[in-house]
Design a protein around this ligand. Structure first.
Ligand SMILES: O=C([O-])CC(=O)C(=O)O
Ligand SMILES: [Mg+2]
Length: 210
């Protein structure tokens, strides 16, 4: 079976991130401080990588011009929380370009505007402080984000629990393993809930007998 990046992103994006992390020996999970900036944000897609000087978003603007529809823009912002690297204006331009979302090791702003746009953004923090726009930075190389190495094209998945990175070279194997984790957990949950139901009806039965 050889799945396209789009198929892999769609199927991985349908799985909870904990199941994907478990399928990678619990590795590949970004630092827990990198969280969705609005509730319900979810993303899945190949990484378009950006490395920028702390607090400077010149290279995010360049990334918008070069990324492909469906890409997730992944930014090593040095973990700096003092200046927002993007907000709803960049978010709106990204939506026009078909970008699937952002994962940022740094801060962002305009959280309410990003939610209105439906643009999924995962970041270390939210700050009203604006960015500098001078560079330097670089595009489309390996980056470190939330303590995990990301190569261009690796598949990013984000949901309410956080963000995981699936190396592109292992994506199909990880997808199948993660789908198996999901099936197994669904089965275990059914068993656990059925035990609770049995116990409840036992209690009800005891009450009736008394
Ligand atoms: O001013 C900036 O570059 C970041 C920002 O708030 C936006 O994109 O709306
Ligand atoms: Mg703004």
């Amino acid at each position: 079976m050889t799945l396209s990046t789009q198929q892999l992103s769609r199927r991985l994006g349908a799985l909870p991130t904990p199941n994907i992390g478990d399928a990678m020996e619990r590795l590949g999970v970004l630092d827990a401080s990198i969280k969705p900036v609005w509730p319900g944000a979810r993303l899945a897609g190949p990484a378009f990588t950006v490395w920028t000087r702390a607090g400077d978003n010149a290279y995010l603007h360049r990334a918008l011009a070069e990324a492909t529809p469906g890409d997730v823009i992944v930014v090593n912002g040095q973990g700096d929380e003092s200046r927002a690297l993007m907000g709803d204006l960049i978010g709106a331009r990204a939506r026009n370009a078909g970008i699937a979302g952002f994962v940022i090791d740094g801060a962002v702003r305009d959280a309410a505007g990003l939610e209105r746009l439906g643009m999924p953004v995962f970041a270390r923090s939210i700050s009203p402080a604006g960015p500098y726009k001078n560079g330097p930075g670089s595009l489309a190389g390996p980056v470190a984000v939330g303590g995990v190495a990301v190569l261009p094209g690796d598949i990013m998945i984000g949901d309410e629990d956080g963000t995981v990175v699936v190396p592109r070279a292992r994506a199909e194997e990880v997808l199948l393993a993660a789908e198996a984790v999901r099936v197994d957990e669904d089965e275990r949950m059914r068993t656990i809930l059925a035990q609770a139901d049995k116990k409840e009806s036992g209690v009800a039965g005891a009450c009736v007998a008394r």
